[in-house]
Design a protein around this ligand. Structure first.
Ligand SMILES: NC(=O)c1ccc[n+]([C@@H]2O[C@H](COP(=O)([O-])OP(=O)(O)OC[C@H]3O[C@@H](n4cnc5c(N)ncnc54)[C@H](O)[C@@H]3O)[C@@H](O)[C@H]2O)c1
Length: 437
């Protein structure tokens, strides 16, 4: 099939590459000229494990091409995916200007039947808005609009796309359904379902899924905070409750708040949808409030130990990305911690395997970047662990003790065993477990 993907960010580039991998011809369109030039010359602008191999193969074999020219890009497309940003507007609702703007552009270019697919996370009713915009310039026989929300996770995006738990397709058009089924069938050969539903339900499914996952995180963060107060160990509690098959083991890890480009904005946008309908969605408000506080949890712990004024102190940071295996720092807890520490007068020395460049673009020389995780510790008064990259899981504690000015660790991800840290002679504070040292 001939496919066009408009917007080549984390979702668009993975979508385009994976569709090319199953034999389709894919044109990726982006307005960012620099980015398109880099991709044309074989460079991947984001870090996503496994993407390089597929990108290289499919560009080499001519199934995956890039352009800034929308007219050229959609000329022979049968299906056009919109993988455009939907950032929060000032009132918290998802800003649809990119989606609706491109829909308007497309409406002036289409000559033959095409399916326009909302791949972005968009509020309920967006497919109808896109339809209305297209219908201003096009006869109804020339297009269908489909809502096909994306559930991939950054860091495992290629695996998630190639083997999705499910595919959700929102459309009432049989013609579009058939095309979408044909396109997705190679990805669900193991029997995972393709669910067909109406557009509004598909749009709601994505928000409901992300909001529920965010709620699980905030719930566990509150359980962890309470564990600290009552002397329970949240790790034990987590496995104890997670083994109940009604609850499940995954997504129960407490930490220092959810971040990334999706959960914060999607929870906020769903809350706004509820508000617009006059519905008081109390749980969502609590989820957001808990998260806001939790993102400052390490700061509170650091200040309680080292004092409110951190001038003259150096804090080492391990991890900057909002989660491991990505370079994405949007809404990352590290950003909040860095702001807190800088405004308390601290110096920061940080290391992250992939995200240092992106953080440097925000903070410039305000944050000193280290060559590796150990260099970040040299002369630091304490270490704060922010992202659970595997490389931080089994470090040499002896070397750490030698390099740190004081053997003090604030662990926002509960990477180490509390008793081990006590044996090793560290002052060690984590989330929802007792403090030792
Ligand atoms: N990142 C994720 O993990 C994830 C997962 C599921 C769903 N989503 C949703 O997918 C959508 C895209 O997210 P993302 O993380 O890929 O965004 P992104 O910011 O990484 O990428 C968006 C791309 O669109 C391009 N763009 C902007 N305006 C354009 C235009 N007019 N024409 C062509 N290109 C244009 C930008 O240059 C950029 O390359 C969002 O709605 C997001 O909520 C994201």
């Amino acid at each position: 099939m001939n496919i066009t993907v408009v917007g080549t960010g984390y979702v668009g580039l993975v979508t385009g590459t994976c569709f090319a991998e199953t034999g389709n011809h894919v044109v990726c369109v982006d307005i960012d000229e620099k980015k398109v030039k880099r991709m044309q010359s074989g460079e991947i602008p984001i870090y996503e494990p496994g993407l390089d191999l597929l990108f290289e193969r499919n560009t080499r074999q001519g199934r995956l091409v890039f352009t800034t020219d929308l007219a050229e890009g959609i000329k022979s497309a049968e299906v056009i995916f919109l993988a455009l940003p939907t950032p929060p507007g000032e009132d918290g609702s998802a800003d649809l200007k990119y989606i609706l703007g491109v829909a308007d552009d497309i409406s002036k270019l289409i000559q033959d039947y095409k399916v326009i697919v909302d791949k972005s996370t968009v509020p309920v009713g967006t497919a109808e808005k896109v339809h209305a915009i297209l219908a201003r310039n096009l006869s109804e026989e020339l297009f269908d609009v489909v809502s096909n929300p994306e559930f991939l996770r950054e860091g495992v995006a290629v695996d998630d796309f190639m083997k999705p738990d499910r595919v959700v397709i929102g459309t009432r058009s049989e013609r579009a359904q058939k095309l979408m089924k044909q396109l997705y069938e190679p990805f669900v050969r193991q029997g995972n379902p393709i669910y067909f539903m109406d557009e509004r339900s598909a749009e709601m499914t994505k928000y409901a899924a992300n909001s529920y996952l965010a709620a699980r995180i905030s719930f566990m963060n509150e359980i962890a905070n309470l564990c600290e107060l009552v002397g329970a160990n949240v790790d034990a509690v987590r496995v104890g409750m997670g083994s109940d098959s009604r609850i499940g083991k995954r997504f129960l890890f407490p930490g220092i708040g959810y971040g990334g480009s999706c959960f914060p904005k999607d929870v906020q946008a769903l809350a706004k949808t509820a508000e617009d309908k006059g519905y008081d969605f109390k749980i969502l408000k609590a989820v957001m409030n808990v998260n806001k506080t939790q993102k400052h949890r390490l700061t509170a712990k650091i200040k309680a130990h080292l004092g409110d004024n951190l001038s003259g102190k150096t804090i080492a940071l391990w991890g900057l990305a909002f989660k491991p295996n990505t370079d994405d720092i949007r809404e990352a807890p590290a950003i909040y911690l860095i702001e807190d520490l800088l405004s308390a007068g601290a110096k920061i020395k940080a290391f992250d395997p992939e995200a240092m460049k992106n953080v440097q673009a925000v903070f410039g020389d305000g944050v000193q970047m280290a060559q590796d995780q150990y260099e970040a510790l040299i002369g630091a008064d304490a270490l704060a662990i922010v992202t659970e990259w595997s490389v931080f899981r089994t470090p040499s504690f002896e070397v750490m003790k030698q390099l740190l000015k004081n053997p003090v660790i604030f662990d926002g991800r509960n990477l180490y065993d509390v008793e081990l840290m006590e044996d090793k002679g560290f002052y060690y504070e984590s989330i929802g477990r007792n403090t030792v040292g």
